[in-house]
Design a protein around this ligand. Structure first.
Ligand SMILES: NC(=O)c1ccc[n+]([C@@H]2O[C@H](COP(=O)([O-])OP(=O)(O)OC[C@H]3O[C@@H](n4cnc5c(N)ncnc54)[C@H](O)[C@@H]3O)[C@@H](O)[C@H]2O)c1
Length: 437
């Protein structure tokens, strides 16, 4: 089978590469010429564990190719996956302009049946808009061609994307024709060998499933952050509470970690978009409004703690920041809490020294030379009055506190991810604060 994947970002590149790995012929399409030229030369534009080897191997075998022209490959493929971005519009709703532009290109250039599958996260009703956009272009051309639309939301996690795609908990597919169901079953059959579940449903339900999943996970995070903040006030330890409730099989252990708020390219925008969809339908999503409010507050929580520790006198203080990416194992800094904290500290007159194992270049692209970029975690703490841990990268988990104590000017450690042992750090002469204890 031959397919095209439109949009060669985190989702599109992983999807295309993994389909190629199981034997499908895949053409990855992107309008970003630089990205496509890099990929054609074997340079991978994003950091995602395990991806580079797979891209190189499948490119070499000829099963994975890259192009900037969707029009040129439409006659060769049976399925077109749309994995372009759906960033938030000014009012919080999902911007569908990229998705609909892909649909129009398909309508303008197709000459035979094609199944158009939306993998981007899109609000309920988008498949109808995609169908309409394609049909309008066919009508303009005065041609009558059959096509199907389907929804196949993606649940991969950045940092573990290849493994998630290869062995997902489930695959959700929204379809409205038997033909589309047959094609999607054939495409995902190799994965079924690993006992994976493909859940077929109607398209609106599939579109809603993706938002409901992300909204549920964001809710768990905000709920735990709220509990953590209360734990601090009443003298409880949120880590104990987390173990206590996570061992209840009805609750489970995942996504119960308090911290500095969720970020990334999905949760913030998807929660906003779902609130907006509800609003457009005259229904207020009260729980999600609170989830967002708690999250906004949580992104500033370490700055508040810092202010208290220095009696509000932050001007001229040097702060080391460990970790910039919104989570470990990715270079993605979209909506990263680090950006909010850095902005607040800069506004308060702090000097900032940052270190991240992977996301330094991405940070430079976002904020330029507003901060000092340290070559390693020890250089970051030189003469620092305080050090903040923002992303729990493995290499930051067991630093030498003795070396750090000597290098620092002050002795404050703010642990935004609760990964350090309070007693051990305090014994080394530090003042230690984390979330929810
Ligand atoms: N990143 C994730 O972890 C994740 C997980 C699940 C779902 N999603 C969803 O998947 C979608 C894509 O997310 P992403 O993180 O991969 O985005 P991304 O920004 O990394 O990549 C999107 C790509 O689409 C390209 N593009 C835009 N318009 C195009 C067009 N008309 N033709 C061809 N290419 C075009 C862009 O150049 C870019 O390379 C979004 O809807 C997102 O919400 C993302």
């Amino acid at each position: 089978m031959k397919i095209a994947i439109v949009g060669t970002g985190y989702v599109g590149l992983v999807t295309g590469t993994c389909f190629a790995e199981i034997g499908v012929d895949v053409i990855c399409v992107d309008t970003n010429t630089e990205k496509i030229e890099s990929l054609q030369k074997g340079i991978i534009p994003i950091y995602e564990p395990g991806l580079e080897d797979l891209v190189l191997r499948n490119s070499k075998s000829g099963r994975l190719t890259f192009t900037t022209s969707l029009a040129d490959c439409l006659n060769d493929v049976e399925v077109v996956f749309c994995a372009v971005g759906t960033p938030p519009d000014e009012d919080g709703s999902a911007d569908l302009s990229y998705v609909l532009s892909v649909a129009r290109t398909i309508g303008q250039n197709m000459n035979k049946y094609v199944l158009v599958v939306t993998k981007s996260t899109v609000p309920v009703g988008t498949a109808k808009k995609v169908r309409k956009a394609i049909q309008e272009e066919l009508d303009k051309r005065g041609v009558s061609l059959e096509f199907d639309v389907a929804s196949n939301p993606e649940f991969l996690k950045e940092g573990n994307a290849v493994a998630d795609f290869m062995s997902p908990d489930r695959v959700v597919v929204g379809i409205e024709s038997e033909r589309a169901e047959k094609v999607m079953t054939k495409l995902y059959r190799p994965f079924l060998l690993n006992n994976m579940r493909v859940i077929f449903m109607d398209i609106p339900s599939a579109e809603m499933t993706k938002y409901a999943a992300n909204a549920m996970l964001a809710t768990r995070i905000s709920f735990m952050n709220d509990i953590a903040n209360l734990c601090e006030l009443v003298g409880a330890d949120v880590n104990m509470v987390r173990s206590g409730i996570g061992s209840d099989s009805r609750i489970g252990r995942k996504f119960l970690y308090p911290g500095i708020g969720y970020g990334g390219s999905c949760f913030p925008k998807d929660v906003k978009a779902l609130i907006k969809t509800a609003e457009q339908n005259g229904y207020p999503m009260r729980v999600l409004q609170a989830v967002e409010e708690v999250n906004e507050n949580q992104k500033g929580i370490l700055f508040e703690k810092l202010g208290k520790l220095f009696d509000g006198k932050l001007e001229g203080k040097t702060i080391a920041v460990w970790g910039l990416a919104f989570k470990p194992e990715t270079d993605d800094m979209r909506e990263a809490p680090a950006l909010v904290l850095i902005e607040k500290m800069k506004a308060a007159g702090c000097n900032i020294r940052v270190y991240d194992p992977i996301a330094m270049e991405e940070c430079k692209r976002k904020i330029g030379d507003a901060v000092y970029y340290a070559p390693d975690l020890y250089d970051a703490v030189l003469d620092a009055d305080a050090v903040m841990l923002l992303t729990e990268w493995k290499e930051l988990r067991l630093p030498s506190w003795q070396v750090i104590h000597k290098a620092m000017n002050g002795n404050i450690v703010l642990d935004g991810r609760n990964i350090y042992d309070k007693k051990e750090i305090e014994e080394q002469g530090f003042i230690y604060h984390c979330i929810g204890k």
